[in-house]
Design a protein around this ligand. Structure first.
Ligand SMILES: *[C@@H]1O[C@H](CO)[C@@H](O)[C@H](O)[C@H]1NC(C)=O
Ligand SMILES: *[C@@H]1O[C@H](CO)[C@@H](O)[C@H](O)[C@H]1NC(C)=O
Ligand SMILES: *[C@@H]1O[C@H](CO)[C@@H](O)[C@H](O)[C@H]1NC(C)=O
Ligand SMILES: *[C@@H]1O[C@H](CO)[C@@H](O)[C@H](O)[C@H]1NC(C)=O
Length: 485
């Protein structure tokens, strides 16, 4: 090797050493904080330090190779380009206490823009007191989290009143999804949104929120799902969705056994009309569940479109004959009660005697009479020799309000043999109906019978018109209800 070459090689080695030292210093300086649990960060720098503040020694040892690459530089520049705007808007200042949930690229970009105290934070428990942070950049952290709701409330917690949150998301592109995200941030108000291009050429929403000054509005009061006027919150965006749903069948079907079954093919499910992300929990309530296979197993688990979310299932079924079926079902909670408008024990009679014509209590060979509370109550007045059953019943509306919030996604199927004419008004009056995102309601009326042309079913007194009224009033109040069979 000639001397000239050796000199240039030495120089190159020296230069490399200087660059390495520079990167080391930069990394060491950039505090990465967090107490993340439950979520594995994709950023190796964060993963290495989830336990807390990194030391210089750790930084030196764990500085990921990725930080020295051109991609890393590009990522920082890309974030800087997005963030520069917020600096210009005055949301951020050099002295701002800023936290980047997305990761170190964003924090580095902020520091390069002059926000010297910017740090990267990770996890669902940030080591900052309440109301202490001026600016939270969530980046794509919500999209990447399995616990979006917790992350959102943690971000809101650490923010100062009047502080700002910037979210980048591939969701929130329809009104329903945006509304769901807003429900996860009840103490924040959406200031503005715009569409930007993501790194991979995809489209992202950039949403800017500001925290309310009035702390009292942060206490989760909006989680009941309705305002004081009794209207469901977000009724307008729900009405938009209802406009896309299959129309209600206006004319009473002459052959209901055909028409109603055929209508199932026309059903437009909510997850086919909107993005159902940004919900805290996913809940399915089967009211009048009967056996596991009758609708939970055969329909909900197999056919309902879930956008990959895992649902908690509640089976409301009073008939003890079906209870054993649920003992071994994973993820299903059995509520062994009749759905009713208050907590009480209902006593009614099952008449096994030779079927008197028109006797609404006559037990069908297959259909067990359990759900027919309203008929049973009437039968109590008479004297009869049938078998008497005592059925524990519970207040469905009260239970739902205790069990679910507006931040949850709730699907309900209701098949209660006529009791819907009591339950639905009670759910509307109590506001519980606002918690139901999608309702599949079987409405029982004196339908035309297949067996006997020109004869109506004697089992139910309500008319098709009354059913239609029930469906129409539900849709008008913002509940996506489907006619079920
Ligand atoms: C919802 O409506 C019910 C009944 O009208 C009412 O009792 C309740 O206070 C309302 N919720 C809110 C948050 O106003
Ligand atoms: C409630 O809904 C009705 C329409 O059904 C509307 O006229 C009324 O203004 C709403 N009230 C509030 C407080 O939103
Ligand atoms: C559900 O997950 C699968 C596999 O992870 C994915 O291919 C599919 O696109 C996802 N579907 C939805 C609706 O997100
Ligand atoms: C009503 O019954 C349900 C189910 O047993 C129970 O969880 C709830 O606490 C009861 N509510 C009242 C007000 O007693």
């Amino acid at each position: 090797m000639n001397p000239a070459r050796r000199v240039s090689l030495t120089r190159a080695v020296l230069l490399l050493a200087v660059v390495a030292l520079g990167v080391w210093l930069l990394c060491a300086e950039l505090a990465v904080v967090g107490g993340g649990e439950g979520r594995v960060s994709t950023d190796p720098a964060i993963r290495a330090t989830v336990a807390g503040r990194r030391t210089h020694a750790q930084a030196a040892v764990r500085t990921p190779a990725a930080w020295r690459t051109r991609e890393w530089r590009r990522a920082v520049d890309r974030h800087a380009a997005v963030l520069r705007r917020h600096l210009a808007d005055g949301m951020l200042a050099a002295s701002s206490h800023a936290v980047c949930l997305g990761g170190v690229h964003e924090a580095m970009a902020l520091r390069e823009l002059g926000v010297v105290g910017a740090v990267a934070g990770d996890g669902h428990r940030l080591p900052f007191p309440d109301s202490s942070v001026d600016f939270v950049l969530a980046g794509r952290a919500l999209d990447n989290s399995k616990r979006q709701a917790d992350l959102a409330s943690e971000a809101a917690r650490v923010m100062k009143p009047d502080g700002h949150l910037v979210v980048l998301t591939s969701g929130a592109s329809d009104a329903y999804s945006l509304r769901s995200l807003q429900a996860l941030l009840p103490s924040l108000r959406l200031l503005r949104s715009r569409v930007i291009n993501g790194a991979d050429g995809s489209t992202l929403q950039e949403l800017v929120f500001r925290k309310h000054v009035d702390i009292s509005t942060t206490s989760g009061s909006s989680s009941n799902g309705n305002n004081s006027a009794g209207n469901c919150t977000g009724r307008d965006h729900k009405l938009q969705i209802i406009g896309l749903a299959e129309p209600l069948i206006q004319e009473e079907p002459v052959k209901p056994w055909i028409t109603l079954k055929r209508n199932i093919k026309n059903i437009r499910y909510l997850p086919a009309l909107a993005d159902i992300g940004f919900k805290r929990r996913y809940v399915y309530v089967d009211v009048g569940a009967r056996s596991y296979g009758s609708s939970i197993g055969s329909w909900f688990r197999k056919q309902y479109p879930k956008q990959n979310h895992t649902f908690e299932v509640y089976a409301v079924e009073a008939d003890p004959a079906f209870h054993a079926d649920y003992a071994s079902r994973k993820g299903v909670t059995l509520l062994p009660y009749a759905a009713w408008v208050r907590n009480e024990t209902l006593t009614f009679e099952i008449n096994d005697g030779p079927g008197k014509k028109g006797d609404s209590n006559a037990r069908k060979p297959s259909g067990r009479g359990m759900g027919r509370i309203r008929h049973a109550a009437g039968a109590m007045k008479g004297v009869s020799s049938g078998e008497v059953r005592r059925i524990p019943a519970f207040d469905l509306a009260e239970w739902l309000k205790r069990t679910a919030s507006e931040q949850d996604y709730v699907v309900m199927k209701m098949d209660v043999e006529g009791t819907e004419f009591d339950l639905i008004p009670r759910m509307i009056d109590s506001g519980a109906i606002c918690l139901v995102d999608e309702l599949f309601l079987e409405c029982h009326y004196n339908r035309w019978q297949r067996c006997c042309p020109g004869e109506r079913s004697p089992k139910y007194q309500n008319t098709y018109g009354e059913c239609l009224e029930l469906f129409t009033s539900l849709r008008n109040s913002g509940v996506l209800v489907h006619q079920w069979w």
